[in-house]
Design a protein. Structure first.
Length: 149
């Protein structure tokens, strides 16, 4: 049985400043005309009674406008710090943590993880993706690398 939505806090650490892509914070990059944060928030609101999002301090107001129904807070100096801030702010009995930079996870996956957590006390979904690594400049892929590089 899956925890009831009212018992779930969905935590989205999205406070990274993007030192690798060079295109600004990843969570605010657009996919089909919408920031990644919006795609995740839509799904999060379907499985949780509370959605908390940590963003860079200078983006809190902008994110709050984009994400009605979500609570937006300033993230920390690292992912770990942001998740800790989100966890302290959470009120749900269960917490689900998901990065905004992974917008393709499904509502069914989130519900499956919550159901597994209900049965064992803790659960996660992990995938070793076959994702190419590339150097990007000017919005173009300049050079590709093997994953192990």
């Amino acid at each position: 049985m899956t925890p009831a939505a009212g018992d779930v806090s969905f935590l989205v650490p999205a406070a990274g400043i993007d030192q690798r892509l060079g295109m600004g914070p990843k969570a605010f990059l657009e996919l089909r005309g919408r920031p990644l944060l919006c795609w995740i928030a839509d799904k999060a609101l379907q499985v949780a009674g509370e959605v908390l999002v940590a963003v860079p301090a200078d983006r809190v107001d902008a994110a709050a406008e984009l994400l009605p129904g979500c609570r937006v807070i300033a993230g920390g100096g690292s992912r770990h710090d942001s998740v800790a801030r989100l966890a302290r702010a959470a009120t749900g009995e269960w917490c689900l943590v998901h990065d905004a930079a992974r917008p393709f996870a499904s509502v069914a996956l989130f519900r499956g993880v919550l159901a597994a957590a209900r049965g064992s006390g803790c659960a996660g979904a992990f995938l070793d993706p076959e994702v190419p690594v590339a150097r990007i400049g000017g919005g173009l892929v300049l050079e590709g690398f093997d994953r192990d590089q």
